[in-house]
Design a protein around this ligand. Structure first.
Ligand code: UD1
Ligand code: CA
Length: 458
């Protein structure tokens, strides 16, 4: 049995270089806060306690978590003065269980993977494991000192390193898994007798070694997993790296991107084979695409399920919609939440659909608003048809039964039902139910004046 796991997330930093009113950990990457990434990742493991150390903008951070992560019980610990990473973890001791182990993570290091954390946790067999990496340019980072036998003996910070130590290329990521008993034992003993006069968390390494503990080191699979964000350039560059990774995974699964650098995935996207995604497409939230889906330029697709062989033409906005197989959408269509398009239906240009179901093979091809409606199979909705679903106070339903035909530029004033195989004449304002197989007119009869003389200029 593995011992209980706590997660300690350091999130006290202001992030001065972001030049923002928001605390750094609330900046977003791929549409999610930096802190949110860390929380989502570590909660794929079995976590018993989550402790967040907050400082600058603590109220904003707590509000954000209360709104978006209400399901996670969080223990909040304030660090009013930032006296160093060691101090930041030390302030959690009053809340930290005596037993078990802790993952120490950072609110501004968003992309560490769950797999890496699980490996790090498994590597902690003797009290402490850490994530290190050998890099070409170690400048600014803590260096890993190893003894003759190759065992870790200490970490030296850049500012305290001798010129020999500065040559070391193995760096400290700052991410560790440590037995809580050791944190309780070592942290109260930290001193700030160093170049930065900070309480260094890294000093617990030499304390552990002095206690005869062998420290395990593992490397992350990807460098970006340990990259932190300190300014907007780093944030933008980490965003691109992350997008590149998401796109590469999808390419491996058989998705073709017209340009892998001109697509954004802000959430999770799963896709079948032979999907094509043109430039400028943005996916948000959880999206699923079937096989052979073809998405043209500039579409925004959010929390949507798109069935096999759908064709989404340029510049569609799709939000919380469920789309069956073989559906054609757009160009310039807007599907709003709770839209369901059944197999082989068609939604054409400048059509807005909200909270409505469009039946199998039905068509709404041009310039329509369909809201709070249920449309059966084989229905044709002519150009410019509007469901008048709102009287200024209440929303009402429109029902259009199978095989009905709604003439162009008709207004269907809800609540109203158009019966099976009924026809509505073009330009009608329909305020009463139409029976099955009937033809309904709801417009002034056409009149004519013969030999009409146009006015002439005075
Ligand atoms: C730290 C490590 C260094 C490692 C590097 C990786 C120490 C002493 N050094 O250095 O070995 O290579 O991370 O990036 O740990 N924080 C607080 N409260 C504090 C101090 C820091 O919450 O009092 C948070 C910061 O907001 C930041 C993180 O901890 O997110 C790292 O702190 P920082 O002072 O930047 O450490 P580094 O100098 O990067
Ligand atoms: Ca740092």
């Amino acid at each position: 049995m593995t011992s209980p796991l706590s997660v300690i997330i350091l999130a006290a930093g202001k992030g001065t270089r972001m030049q923002s009113a928001k605390p750094k950990v609330l900046q977003t990457l791929a549409g999610k806060s930096l802190l949110g990434h860390v929380l989502d990742t570590c909660h794929q493991l079995t976590v018993d306690d989550t402790i967040i150390v907050y400082g600058f903008g603590g109220e904003q951070v707590q509000d954000h978590i209360a709104h978006q992560y209400a399901h996670l019980p969080i223990t909040w610990v304030a660090q009013t003065e930032q006296l160093g990473t060691g101090h930041a973890v030390k302030v959690t001791l009053s809340e930290l269980p005596k037993d078990g182990q802790s993952l120490i993570l950072y609110g501004d290091v968003p992309l560490v993977s769950c797999q890496t954390l699980a490996t790090l946790q498994a590597a902690n067999t003797d009290g402490m494991s850490m994530l290190t990496l050998t890099v070409n340019n170690p400048f600014g980072l803590g260096r890993i000192k190893r003894d003759q036998a190759g065992n870790i003996e200490a970490i030296v910070e850049q500012k305290d390193a001798t010129s020999d130590e500065q040559q070391i290329q193995e760096i400290n990521s700052g991410i560790y898994c440590v037995d809580n008993a050791l944190l309780h034992k070592f942290l109260p003993k930290l001193s700030n007798d160093n170049a930065q006069q900070e309480y260094y968390l890294t000093d617990i390494v030499k304390m552990a070694v002095a206690d005869g503990i062998t420290i395990a080191a593992i490397e992350p699979e990807h460098t970006f997993e340990i990259e932190g964000v300190n300014n907007r350039q780093q944030l933008a560059s980490l965003e691109r790296t992350w997008q590149g990774k998401l796109v590469a995974d999808l390419q491996e699964a058989g998705v073709q991107f017209a340009d892998p650098t001109r697509v954004d995935i802000r959430g999770t996207l799963s896709a079948g084979q032979d999907v094509f995604v043109d430039v400028g497409v943005v996916f948000e939230g959880n999206c699923t695409l079937g096989d052979n889906v073809y998405i043209e330029a500039g579409c925004i697709i959010k929390n949507a399920q798109i069935g096999n062989a759908c064709h989404i033409k340029p510049y569609c906005v799709i939000d919380k919609a469920t789309v069956g197989a073989g559906v054609d959408i757009g160009p310039f269509a807007h599907l709003r939440p709770e839209t369901i398009l059944s197999d082989n239906s068609k939604v054409g240009n400048f059509v807005e659909i909200k909270k409505s179901t469009i039946g199998h093979g039905s068509k709404v091809n041009h310039l329509s608003y369909i809201g709070d409606a249920t449309i059966g199979t084989g229905v044709n909705v002519g150009a410019g048809v509007i469901t008048c679903n709102y009287d200024g106070v209440n929303k009402s339903q429109t029902i259009i039964e199978d095989n009905a035909f709604i003439g162009s530029n008709s207004s269907l004033v809800a609540p109203v039902t158009i019966g099976d195989t009924a026809t509505v004449a073009a330009g009608s304002v329909i305020t009463k139910d139409v029976d099955a197989n009937a033809l309904a007119f709801g417009r002034a009869r056409q009149t004519q004046k013969d030999d009409f003389q146009r006015p002439t200029k005075k």
